[in-house]
Design a protein around this ligand. Structure first.
Ligand code: ZN
Length: 447
């Protein structure tokens, strides 16, 4: 590598912040998609050599074989990323092997732009009827290039149901869970959405293009391949209208389709976010939510748009008189604003985030920090706040406490920094599995 290329490359790395590079956060792209597509398949693969390849075929044979995770078989290897078909096949395989009492597949009503049907599964639960008795919603794959997320979720639920059936415990690196803790975790009732962005995932896996958004072409610009799609993690309802709500000059999102953080044409304008909101409606006992992302070795909690405070109720996203002041961290004269959060809600979020980050650190020794999301950067329309937002508008709805887990670190060797090596993929899997387990046990502790 030439020195100048190396330095430019290194500058990009130093500026990587969680799901976005600094350049992307301010409207740019890290990959020139026109040049990328002109390079051809072989050269594209070459650029990401050393990363875990996406699998070909279906190791679960059309939903007839159930996957097994790493929790009771620490020597298992994970030499390929689950392709989009295999992820669904894995869920069907689990449903077939374990039956409705433990794993029940369901589909969602809003089809994606490429006409895919989104699905989820209900895992375990307290034995109540229908959709009652499910406390925790786990999702992955909202940002399609963050490879490994859906794999982690699939293998974790596999571990949970296998261990519960065999009355065994689970081990994730330095973290051990007893058979009783496994039963307790499963009894919380888990709803999973392994692929929140199936069109984006299919595209990223087919092209190795480091694709983040969905594939909605409605506002795409001719000749600009990066202008396709909406950033689904800016399309949820909380403080979606950032141009009104935020201080000038803050970029919590964008209304330019040719950016990685384009927020769509309205809150929940996309079928994918509608389906997540629909899922929250379907399961009225949900109280906890985890959205899996990479990479940053961080556990983030809301609110996403400004720092929290628990003293002044008037400083709320519902109060229009603070429009134009939000998102400035730290506050500056004329922009004094922090978002109100009930003390007990703040306590629950910080406890859960600290416990998840602590567990992840103890699993592999790689250090995870728990911070409030805007201390990384403020954002609008984030998934983690959707459950609190809904309860604020309708007191009959239960509050859902949301976390964003950013597993792993960027891959310095790959063109797409979000594609892990095999070694890191396994490390990430151990950490994410621990994160899920710690959240379930927090839910059991706090109700
Ligand atoms: Zn992400």
């Amino acid at each position: 590598m030439k020195t100048s290329t190396f330095l430019a490359f290194f500058a990009q790395l130093a500026a990587t912040q969680a799901c976005l590079t600094e350049k992307e956060r301010h409207g740019g792209h890290i990959i020139d998609l026109k040049a990328h597509s002109a390079r051809g398949v072989i050269n594209r693969r070459q650029a990401n050599l050393g990363t875990v390849p996406v699998a070909v075929g279906d190791r679960f044979q059309n939903g007839t074989i159930a996957p097994r995770g790493i929790g009771n078989n620490p020597n298992s290897t994970f030499g390929s990323i689950l392709n989009i078909g295999e992820i669904k096949s894995a869920v069907l395989g689990l449903a077939k092997q374990f039956g409705k009492d433990k794993v029940e597949y369901f589909e969602m009503p809003h089809k994606t732009y490429e006409n895919r049907t989104m699905y989820g599964a209900k895992i375990g639960g307290s034995g109540k009827k229908g959709n009652r008795g499910y406390k925790v919603l786990l999702e992955s794959g909202i940002h399609s290039r963050e490879r490994g997320g859906p794999d982690h979720l699939i293998y974790f639920i596999s571990d949970l149901v296998h261990a519960a059936t065999e009355k065994k415990g689970l081990v994730y690196g330095g973290m051990s869970y007893s058979a009783a803790q496994v039963q307790l975790a499963l009894s919380q009732g888990v709803v999973v959405i392994p692929v929140v962005n199936p069109d984006g995932l299919a595209f990223d896996q087919a092209t190795d293009s480091c694709w983040r958004k969905n594939r909605n072409p409605a506002r795409a610009i001719q000749g600009e391949p990066g202008s396709v799609g909406v950033d689904l993690n800016r399309n949820f309802a909380p403080v979606w209208n950032f141009t009104e709500a935020f201080a000038p000059g803050i970029d919590p999102s964008s209304d330019d389709p040719n950016t990685e953080i384009y927020h769509g044409t309205g809150p929940l304008s996309e079928p994918e976010t509608k389906n997540v909101d629909w899922t929250l409606d379907q399961f009225p006992d949900l109280g906890w939510f985890l959205d899996l992302h990479s990479p940053a070795t961080l556990v983030l909690y809301g609110w996403c748009h400004d720092s929290n405070q628990a003293l002044d109720r008037s400083q709320s996203w519902q109060n229009k008189s603070f429009d134009g002041k939000r998102g400035v961290v730290p506050d500056k004269p004329g922009f004094e604003y922090k978002e109100f959060l009930e003390q007990k809600d703040w306590d629950a979020l910080t406890l859960a985030a600290a416990r998840v980050a602590g567990g992840m650190t103890d699993s592999t020794g790689r250090f995870y920090r728990a911070i409030q999301a805007p201390h990384l950067y403020p954002s609008s329309g984030c998934s983690a706040d959707q459950g609190l937002f809904r309860a604020a508008l309708d007191p009959k709805k239960k509050k859902v406490y949301g976390l964003g887990v950013e597993f792993g670190e960027w891959n310095e060797e790959a063109e797409c920094l979000f594609y892990p090596t095999e070694e890191k993929h396994k490390l990430n899997l151990i950490e994410s599995s621990t994160a899920f387990m710690e959240l379930l046990l927090t839910a059991a502790r706090l109700g």
